[in-house]
Design a protein around this ligand. Structure first.
Ligand code: PLP
Length: 231
């Protein structure tokens, strides 16, 4: 992919974010995570060498390990389904894990973080559509999960992450409004900082209706992927 095109896409996404924040009368504190799955090392290097993004996110451990280099001038987030037995490969490489979807995964993150003498910042994933094909906590059970996971000393819960069903815009907006209420409650109660919600098709809706301050954008930045997989 052409570097000028990449830079232009990122500028576009950033200015869309700035505009929606202005329209909603909110501070633009939105962190843009470039979802770089399936993108080649050349693309990662282009982002790095030209300081195009502060954060890249991968949803597969194998890809993250391959693309990770010491001294890259952006940070990596893990944004996809994480198997407990693979936590050990990424624990010292990522600055935030968006996708904690079970107590047992949290337990393993805690264990590996302890080994590295660090406290791992995480988000708890909410399955907004209650879809069987997707993982994450249901919004009704999130407070229980928070109190369980808060017991782990080497994890710090920084907020929530939403995975959304594919549905009509009106339904998306409704779900985002529900999410916003829950996030604000948790922000108040637990001092949560981040709400990660929104991808290429709905990041502006997520900012406007859920108050998301982290968005994960792939296609609008890197173009269409040659193959895709379930998120
Ligand atoms: C791929 C991916 C995204 C970005 O998807 P786009 O629709 O291409 O913007 C966001 N979040 C997760 C977890 C992903 O795997």
């Amino acid at each position: 992919m052409d570097i000028l095109e990449l830079a232009k896409n990122i500028d576009n996404v950033k200015s869309n974010i700035a505009k929606v924040c202005l329209d909603c009368n909110r501070q633009n504190d939105v962190i843009l995570v470039g979802a770089s799955k399936t993108m080649s090392q050349d693309v990662i290097d282009a982002v790095n060498n030209n300081n195009l993004l502060n954060v890249l996110g991968e949803n597969r451990v194998q890809e993250l390990i391959q693309k990770y280099r010491d001294g890259q001038n952006f940070e990596w987030h893990f944004i996809g389904k994480l198997q407990s037995n693979k936590v050990k490969y990424i624990i010292d490489k990522v600055k935030l894990i968006h996708s904690v979807d079970s107590i047992s995964l949290a337990k393993e993150i805690d264990k590996q973080a302890k080994k590295h003498n660090l406290v791992m910042p995480v988000l708890l994933q909410i399955n907004m559509g209650k879809e069987e094909s997707k993982s994450g906590f249901f919004i009704e059970e999130i407070e229980n999960s928070i109190s369980e996971i808060s017991k782990f000393e080497n994890i710090t819960i920084k907020g929530l992450m939403a995975v959304m069903p594919i549905c009509e815009e009106s339904k998306t907006i409704e779900l985002y409004k529900t999410l916003k209420i829950k996030f604000l409650e948790c922000k108040e109660k637990y001092n949560f900082e981040y709400l990660s919600a929104g991808m290429t098709n709905d990041y502006l809706l997520a900012i406007e209706y859920a108050g998301a301050n982290i968005v994960r954008v792939g296609t609008a930045i890197f173009g269409k992927r040659s193959y895709d997989e379930k998120i």
